[in-house]
Design a protein around this ligand. Structure first.
Ligand SMILES: [Zn+2]
Length: 236
């Protein structure tokens, strides 16, 4: 009954205030919660999880030990699919991220990518940024994965100092800047010890953030880290 009412409500709301697909801009129909069917079908999936020592894993080789890494779809600034990431991060639509992450989990499950993962840890946001934005998009992604996979989320990391806009820095500067920015929450350390952790972020470009976070997680004894991002730049 509740579901029927929700469907009705959504259909009615769609007439007065159409929800739009962030990729193509067309109005969504009732059974398209966030992205239209056509754009979802054409999502530029990476399928990196099917490739041994894929380009994302190569990005971290020799820098920090990881078990596996994949991103769900390819991100390019010029692509209309970049709008999904923008909306999730800056336009107060983190629920779309949660939904898409759950969908990704369902699609990737059979590849074995999530086998033996025991806890999910989101990349944290500095408290000042969290206050400004009101939410951490990676936390929503982690919850979407958790819901689909039945694996708990542990908020094991903290961002220890704010960094300004990184867009004009060189890759080396960004790496150095990010290096000291993440730390393990000591109160949560016992919950990730000896566990295989899935570290989650929205997008990977230089890999500096994920690298710094992985270093922080590996300070807890016996941990292993696998990386999942909603999107990845083309790294080859
Ligand atoms: Zn669309």
């Amino acid at each position: 009954m509740i579901n029927k009412l929700t469907e009705w409500g959504r259909a009615l709301a769609d007439v007065f205030m159409p929800r739009l697909c962030p990729v193509c801009g067309k109005a969504l129909v009732a059974d398209e919660p966030y992205i239209c069917r056509g754009c979802l079908a054409a999502l530029p999936r990476t399928h990196l999880e099917e490739v041994d020592f894929n380009t994302m894993e190569q990005l971290f080789a020799g820098k920090v030990p990881i078990e596996r890494a994949t991103g769900y779809f390819y991100y390019q600034k010029s692509s209309p699919y970049a709008q999904i990431l923008y909306d999730i991060k800056y336009r107060n639509r983190p629920q779309m991220g949660r939904w898409l992450a759950a969908r990704a989990a369902g699609e990737l499950r059979n590849s074995g990518f999530f086998d033996d993962i025991e806890v999910i840890v989101p990349v944290p946001l500095h408290p000042s940024k969290l206050a400004e934005r009101g939410y951490n998009q990676s936390d929503y992604l982690a919850r979407g994965l958790s819901q689909a996979l039945g694996i708990p989320v542990i908020d094991a990391l903290k961002s220890t100092r704010a960094h300004g806009s990184q867009t004009r820095r060189s890759a080396t500067d960004r790496w150095l800047n990010a290096q000291h920015t993440y730390a393990l929450r000591q109160a949560k350390a016992s919950q990730i010890e000896n566990k295989h952790i899935l570290l989650v972020d929205d997008v990977v470009t230089t890999g500096a953030t994920l690298e710094a976070c992985t270093h922080a997680l590996l300070t807890a004894p016996g941990t292993q880290v696998t990386l999942f991002t909603l999107a990845t730049a083309r790294l080859d």
